[in-house]
Design a protein around this ligand. Structure first.
Ligand SMILES: [Zn+2]
Length: 414
C-alpha cells in the first residue's frame, strides 16, 4: 500500500483570517525614553557596515560622548556590534549634546542609554509588545508554498504548530487534503503594527477524521501543551523520525518543500525524502548500533525504555557523536537520509521493535503524556473551557474558498 500525501503544512502560509483581534494588554510606551520638549530626535536604521562612529560623524555629534556611551554600555551590550537594519534613536538637548541613545538590539531587547548627572547609564530592557489575540482557521491543501519570504511569519507559525502536535501527527506524511486546523495565537504589536507571533495559546487539528486539541497551560512558571483531558501532548515517542521543522529549516533555501512519501513494504516504514534530510531519534534512549549492516546500509539502532528499539536505515551519514553506547534525547539528529545498503533511491527505513518483535509504527500506541498535577486541574479546566469556546467560534473556510484566497495569500488582521 502506498500513500502519497504531500506535506502541506506550508500551505498554512496561504490561510485566511477569520476573526479579528482584541487587546489583552499593552504598554509599549514604557520602553521608550521619556519625551521631553525641546529635545531634538534623530531616528535611523543601522546601514550595512555602519558603526556608531559613522552615525556620530553623519550627524556631527561630539565623539567624546560616543566614548562615554560605549563605556556606559560596555557591560550591558557592546556597542561595537550594531546590526544592519536595526533601528536606533538619539535625542539631543539644546546644546546638541546626546541626552539618550536607544538601540533595538533584536526582537526581544532594547538598549537604553540615558544621561545622568555624572555621565550615562545603560540598561537592556525587554521590548514590551502589545499583545492581541488572533484566531485563524484553515484547510490543508496541496503542497504549495507560495512565497516563503512573504510568508515568513506564517511559516514560523506553521512550524510551531507542527512542533506542538509532533507526538500525535506525522506532519511529513500524515497530512491529507482537506485536513483543517484552527488556532489562537498572540500577535505581538508595536505602535499598532504587527511584528511577529507570540505563543500559540490553543489549537485544534483535524487530521484524517481525528481531532486533536492543544491548550497552552502554565504551572509553576513552566508552560506546556495539554489535551482536553489535561494530559501533556509530550510523550516518550515522537510520531515520526522526520521532523517537519528540521526538514523546513534544512531545505529553507529551496522554494518548495521536499515531497515525502511513505510506504510500508515490510517490517517498517520507508520515508522517501531528499538525501541529507535530518533524521531524529523518536525517543530518549541509548545507541546500541551505529554503522554498516548489510541491506540496511548505514544503520542506527536505539534502545528505549520498556523493551522498545527503533531502527533507522540507509543513512547517508551518521549524526555528530552518534556511536554505540551514546545516550540520546528525543529529537537528537542521529543521521541523514541516504541510500546506503539495499535502496534504489534516498529514503529512510524506520522500524520499531517491541521486545524484538517488529511492530507497525503507524499502529503502535504510545503511552499518554503526564497529566496536569491535581492542584492545578481546576485552573487548567478554566483555561481549556475559555479557549475551546474561542476555538468553536473560528470558522474553517471551505476548501474552494481557500483556493480563491490563495492568490491573496496573506492573513489579514482586521
Ligand atoms: Zn525499508
Amino acid at each position: 500500500m502506498k500513500k502519497t500525501f504531500l506535506i502541506v503544512l506550508a500551505a498554512v502560509v496561504t490561510l485566511i483570517v477569520i476573526r479579528s483581534s482584541f487587546t489583552i494588554s499593552g504598554d509599549h510606551t514604557a520602553t521608550e525614553p521619556v519625551q521631553q520638549q525641546n529635545f531634538q530626535e534623530i531616528c535611523g536604521t543601522v546601514e550595512k557596515g555602519e558603526t556608531l562612529y559613522d552615525i556620530f560623524q553623519k550627524y556631527k555629534l561630539d565623539l567624546n560622548e560616543l566614548f562615554k556611551l560605549r563605556e556606559a554600555s560596555a557591560d550591558v551590550h557592546r556597542l561595537r556590534e550594531l546590526y544592519p537594519g536595526q533601528p536606533y534613536k538619539i535625542t539631543l538637548d539644546d546644546n546638541s549634546c546626546v541626552n539618550s541613545f536607544t538601540y533595538w538590539i533584536n526582537d526581544e531587547h532594547i538598549l537604553l542609554i540615558n544621561r545622568t548627572g555624572s555621565g550615562f547609564f545603560a540598561e537592556k530592557k525587554p521590548i514590551e509588545y502589545e499583545k492581541r489575540l488572533l484566531s485563524f482557521g484553515g484547510v490543508i491543501h496541496d503542497n504549495l508554498i507560495e512565497s516563503m519570504d512573504e510568508g515568513r511569519h506564517n511559516l514560523m507559525l506553521a512550524l510551531t504548530l507542527s512542533d506542538i502536535f509532533a507526538w500525535d501527527i506525522d506532519f511529513t506524511s500524515d497530512l491529507r487534503e482537506g485536513d483543517s486546523f484552527k488556532l489562537i495565537v498572540e500577535g505581538l504589536y508595536l505602535d499598532g503594527e504587527f511584528r511577529k507571533y507570540g505563543d500559540i495559546l490553543s489549537a485544534e487539528f483535524a487530521n484524517n477524521g481525528e481531532q486533536y486539541h492543544a491548550y497552552r497551560f502554565e504551572q509553576n512558571g513552566e508552560a506546556g501543551y495539554y489535551d482536553d483531558e489535561g494530559k501533556s501532548l509530550k510523550r516518550s515517542f515522537l510520531k515520526a523520525p522526520l521532523s517537519f521543522r528540521r526538514i523546513s529549516s534544512h531545505f529553507s533555501h529551496k522554494r518548495f518543500h521536499p515531497i515525502l512519501r511513505i510506504s510500508r513494504p515490510h517490517h517498517g516504514l520507508d520515508y522517501a525524502a531528499p538525501r541529507g534530510t535530518p533524521v531524529s531519534a523518536v525517543g530518549d534512549g541509548t545507541v546500541t548500533f551505529a554503522g554498516h549492516r548489510g541491506q540496511y546500509g548505514k544503520l542506527v539502532i536505539i534502545r528505549h525504555p520498556n523493551g522498545w528499539k527503533t531502527y533507522y536505515g540507509h543513512l547517508s551519514r551518521l549524526g555528530k557523536n552518534i556511536r554505540k553506547g551514546e545516550k540520546l534525547q528525543q529529537g537528537t539528529t542521529i543521521g541523514y537520509v541516504g541510500s546506503t545498503g539495499m535502496a534504489t533511491g534516498p529514503h529512510l527505513h524506520y522500524e520499531i521493535r517491541i521486545h524484538d518483535k517488529p511492530t507497525n509504527p503507524l499502529k503502535v500506541n504510545t503511552p499518554k503524556g503526564k497529566p496536569v498535577p491535581q492542584q492545578y486541574i481546576a485552573d487548567f479546566i478554566r483555561v481549556r473551557d475559555s479557549m475551546s469556546g474561542k476555538l468553536a467560534l473560528i470558522q474553517v473556510p471551505a476548501q474552494n474558498s481557500v483556493t480563491d484566497e490563495k492568490k491573496g495569500g496573506r492573513w489579514k488582521s482586521s
